[in-house]
Ligand binder design. Structure first.
Ligand SMILES: [Zn+2]
Length: 616
């Protein structure tokens, strides 16, 4: 979240003054009065090993207004709406003071009346029953051996006072450790948060875990792994070395680390990963670490690179603490796509093995996926960015598209353009350094700003590129830009083959159950698929499949998960204009194969660019 730079100002004057010295000039006096007029906030979080169904939070507030509001923040990507699980909410005023009160004004918003601005607020966060096949790594949980607490799910903040610093004291079962991005203090159970942004974006992994440390660029880094009891053994040295190489390359790219210290919070029994201010929560089952460490490191690299590209370099209007759902940003193609590009590139630079052998092989895979989904060239990266987070499925109609993929390919083409225009002297790395210097403050960037930074680095005209492939939806002409490095694509279409070598069936039909609706709705990801060609559309309400109702996602999976090539299935949907009955014979899916080949007769300049680009 982008507000940390100003967050430190609030207390800088009082804490910087020697206690015995009087104030020396009127400016100091004004600023101290300003500081003293702010609320003073501390949090307590208690986990009772006898009852792991939730945890208790206490907020001690002093020096606030008589009436103020508390809220639970909504995360801009994953709003888990934990306001639903706040229980036993109560307030207590100090002895002798008038009674305080708290009332809910909106789902995640409460009004507190506390004469004198002094009050203790208490509540219990009652953890919901886990209903997903695997827990998301950023979601709080408790188990006998530890858990994850804190973050936007746990701590209410004072609305309009997000620059107020606070302390957090954990009261945990005996022997439990704490790993968090919050600032440690001389009390091992008490941590400091310079602002509500940092408080809410610093979850704490607590319990019994393994821990490793390394320093990179003089900055301490920590890797923590919380295992389940039946955890498989894996190569911990390779894991820590991989993360160390990653941080070394990122710091080399930008010149310095943007954080005081950094913590990788890896958890067994969880999936998914989420970037935080100076930490990352990573779902890493021991089985996955044991069997596919390169893939796991790729995911870790993506979230870690967000520390720069998204947490610091951020789209205008993205981030910040707010209880209202986040505003949609048209800049996520850069935040996600360029992060994909560097997650891969930094691991290659560090010499960490990648699932695809070379940068060329990696690009072949990206272009293949781009061609498989025509939505990627039909919709502009800006418009796909807007529907990437916080929108229901089906926002692109019968198409699907990925800003991660669009952005990574655009970044790769821009890198080639810059290298060509500067005869190999500069690259996308230089753009990243400009972006960090300019757009990690409160304002954030727009597409125009990115375009200006690229123009500044390459000294070339890129407006038409941005107009055509970022602001509008058009197929990226890969060969035009690959030719700068003496390469071209060779694309052939044919029957697709799955990972296990068997023919790939066309099952590009999906469903979801909108909240409050009685029937599933269909999702089509490509109108050219056999499902789209049969007349089915995204948003169609599913009535029957093979004559029987399909009321739940489980029922949908039970039927469609078993379909094989040559099977016939009849789908009946209900539409406002009347029902439709479509009969589909499941075919083999046609897929592209993409190969990068050298151009014959390439010049010395093209060959030199290719060599540099491949070496990265
Ligand atoms: Zn991401």
């Amino acid at each position: 979240m982008p507000k940390i730079a100003t967050a430190l100002i609030a207390l800088s004057i009082p804490s910087g003054l020697p206690a015995q010295h009087p104030l020396r000039d009127p400016v100091d006096a004004v600023e101290v009065r300003y500081a003293l007029s702010q609320a003073v906030v501390s949090y307590g979080l208690r986990v009772d090993s006898a009852d792991l169904s939730g945890y208790d939070v206490m907020i001690r507030i002093r020096n606030a207004r008589d009436t103020f509001r508390l809220a639970l923040a909504a995360h801009p990507e994953y709003d888990d709406r934990y306001f639903r699980y706040v229980e036993q909410l109560r307030v207590a005023a100090p002895a002798g003071a008038a009674a305080a009160s708290i009332v809910r004004e909106d789902s995640a918003l409460w009004r507190v009346v506390a004469p004198g601005g002094t009050v203790d607020v208490r509540y219990r966060l009652q953890l919901p029953v886990q209903d997903r096949p695997i827990r998301s790594s950023w979601v709080p949980f408790l188990a006998p051996q530890g858990g994850l607490v804190g973050g936007p799910h746990s701590f209410m903040y004072i609305v309009g006072a997000t620059l107020v610093p606070s302390y957090v004291t954990f009261d945990l079962p005996r022997g439990w450790d704490i790993a968090t991005g919050l600032t440690p203090t001389i009390d091992p159970n008490t941590f400091f948060a310079p602002s509500a942004d940092v408080l809410i974006d610093s979850p704490a992994l607590v319990g019994h875990f393994s821990s490793w440390r390394f320093a990179e660029g003089g900055v301490p880094h920590r890797v923590v792994y919380w295992p389940l009891a039946d955890a498989r053994g894996f190569d911990t040295l390779a894991l820590v070395r991989g993360l160390e190489g990653l941080t070394e390359q990122a710091i080399a790219l930008f010149g310095r680390a943007p954080y005081r210290d950094y913590t990788f919070l890896l958890q067994d029994g969880a999936g998914g990963s989420l970037e935080h201010w100076n930490s990352v929560t990573i779902g890493a089952t021991s089985a996955r670490l044991a069997s596919d460490l390169p893939d796991m490191l790729g995911e870790a690299a993506h979230e870690y690179f967000h520390t720069w590209n998204l947490m610091r370099i951020h789209p205008a209007g993205y981030g910040g603490v707010d209880y209202r759902p986040a505003r949609r940003s048209n800049g996520l193609w850069w935040a996600e796509g360029i992060t994909m590009l560097y997650a891969d590139a930094l691991l290659r630079r560090a010499g960490v093995p990648r699932p695809d052998s070379t940068r060329a092989a990696h690009l072949e895979g990206l272009i293949t996926r781009y061609l498989v989904s025509p939505g990627n060239s039909r919709f502009s990266p800006e418009s796909v960015s807007v529907v990437t987070y916080g929108t229901p499925p089906g926002a692109l109609g019968d198409y699907s598209a990925s800003v991660h993929l669009q952005g990574e390919l655009i970044g790769t083409m821009l890198d080639l353009i810059i290298r060509d225009a500067t005869q190999g002297r500069r690259s996308l790395d230089d753009v990243m350094r400009i972006m960090l210097a300019r757009y990690s403050g409160a304002r954030g960037y727009t597409t125009r700003d990115i375009e200006a930074a690229v123009h500044e680095v390459c000294g070339c005209i890129v407006r038409p590129f941005f107009d055509r492939y970022v602001r509008a939806g058009n197929p990226i002409p890969f060969d035009r830009y690959l030719a700068l490095a003496g390469m071209r694509t060779v694309v052939t279409w044919g029957p697709g083959v799955g990972r296990d070598g068997t023919p790939l069936s066309d099952l590009r039909v999906f469903a979801w159950l909108p909240p409050g609706e009685p029937a599933l709705r269909l999702l089509i990801s490509n109108p050219a698929s056999v499902w789209g060609a049969a007349g089915l559309h995204t948003g169609d309400r599913m009535a029957r499949v093979n004559g029987a109702p399909v009321p739940t996602m489980d029922a949908f999976r039970a039927i469609f998960g078993r379909l094989k090539i040559g099977d016939t299935v009849t789908v009946e949907v209900a539409r406002p204009g009347g029902p439709l009955r479509a009969t589909v014979v499941v075919p083999v899916q046609q897929r592209p194969t993409v190969r990068l080949e050298p151009l014959t007769g390439a010049t010395e300049r093209q060959l030199a660019l290719r060599k540099d680009w491949l070496a990265y």
